[in-house]
Design a protein around this ligand. Sequence first.
Ligand SMILES: [Fe+2]
Length: 612
Amino acid sequence: MSKITDSNYRVGDLMKIYENRWKYLFFTLMNTIIFLSGNVLNKKLNGYKVYPSDISFSLVFGVLYGLILAHLIISFFDQQKETEELDFEVQASLHQLEAFNEELLAQNDELESFAHIISNKEKELREIINLSPIHIYLKDLEGKYLLCNKAHAEFIGEPIQGIEGKSQGEFSVFEKGKIDDYQLVDEKIISGNETNEYIEKINNGEIDQYFKINKIPVELTHHSKEILVVAQEITDLVNMQNEIDLKNKKLLEDNEELIRLNNETNRLANDFEKIIRLITGVIDDVSDEEYLKNIFALTLNLMSRSKKGIIYLFDQGIFKLVQAEGVHKSVADAYLKSYAPDLSVGKNEVRYIENKGSEAFNKFLCIGFYYGEKQIGGMSLESTLESKIFTEEDIRLFKSIGILVNNYYMNRKILEVQQTIQNSIIISLVKMLELFDEYTKGHSESVADLSMKLASEMGVKDTSAAYWAGMVHDIGKILVDRKILNKKGGLTFEEYENIKMHPYWGYQVLNRSEELKDIAKYVLYHHERYDGMGYPEGLVGEEIPLISQIITVVDSFHTMRSRRAYKEPMTIKETIHELKDQKGRQFSPMVVDVFINKILVQEEILEINEIQ
Ligand SMILES: [Fe+2]
């Protein structure tokens, strides 16, 4: 409390007097009257003379004593009042204190029961935490355990009570060298106030254990920073992951091996397919040169030791280059010119020639190609590997390729002979037919010739099939009664039905031969009509094979233009008119158009201005 100054006191005193002015006045007045009356009356009664000084004296003392008395009385009452007020305040404070005390007591009770609850809850919490297989513990910044659960205690190998209060460094389960690292991590977490998660490997002397550790900065017990650690053992997971990684790696390796094997298999299959195609000679319509180029590519593919080589044909006494690989054409040509005698290699033999060619081409294997007993070409390969020496396997393989080519030519020769025989048979059959059917004379050759030309014009690949089908289209007539065939008058229904069998019979004759099967089909349908009204099957439009459509047009054209015993030949104009008239009915419109616009013009049967 601050001290009250004198001036304050005086001011306060005056204020007090001012507040009690009426009381002062009253007591002063009363005293003055008492003094005055007492003094004056006493003198009067005792017979003394009353002097003015007596009245003045009485007035002065009356006022003075009145003031003193008033002050004393007022002070007394004020004191009394202050005491009462103070007493009242003290009483009030006491009440307040009591109430506060009661409140404190109540709060204390509440705190006690709360503490009890907390104590129970902490117990429960500890039990729950202890049930957890996850390690949970609380450390202070010095690394001392403040709390620790059962899982972690078991890991350390001590009871919980023996752990709390001690630092991690005191337990042998932790590697000594790592304790400082833990400390550094903890300090970092506290300073950054951030949770940290990492995986820790702990080796307990026998096995590696892995833990996923979460460190969380907290303030739980001592109002200072602490680290709550939640560590989950993930050893099984890590081991499983390692096992999966290992299997994955193995799978990837296996996969790579499979891809490699697959590529190798594909390459071999590809080569094998090529070999098969080359052996069987089923490369469609390839020329000898194309065939040799295929063989050359295959050889370079199969003989991996060599990337250099040439393949050549013997033509009019000299070797001519077909293809070169890894060697400039001029070097190859010079080689073929200079070393021709060396290239005459025996049938199914391999010759090794050394230091004969140029610098770029001087150690090589040679084979010869034979048509019958005559060498018609060959192939030379140079080893490009450092050893420059071919293995036995290379030589055997190269020899096999030579045999393969020779077989190809042998097959070609056989086919040519077969074709000649086959053609002779067909021509003989046609001649036989001409003996039976006098109207057929020359007709077959003409139909064959025009059919082939028309087929070529229409983009048919196998024009020889069109030729031979045209040649034999009426071969079935051999089986028709000769009298019906050469009958001059009109035919009966039965006779016509008999003649209508000739496409089918022709088909039956030709279909027995493997080589003539396709031709047989064209013959079968040469009397079909584009509108589906023909025979034997009533095929419609493009259902009819194109070669059959062609033969129909050419056959009809030639018949219309031929003289018969029963009819004169139609003029070219009449024939064209008829062909056009039957477009889309008997004939394919497109075949008729090409026949009129191209073939008849080419053959000079028709002038361009006659087409219209
Ligand atoms: Fe016919």
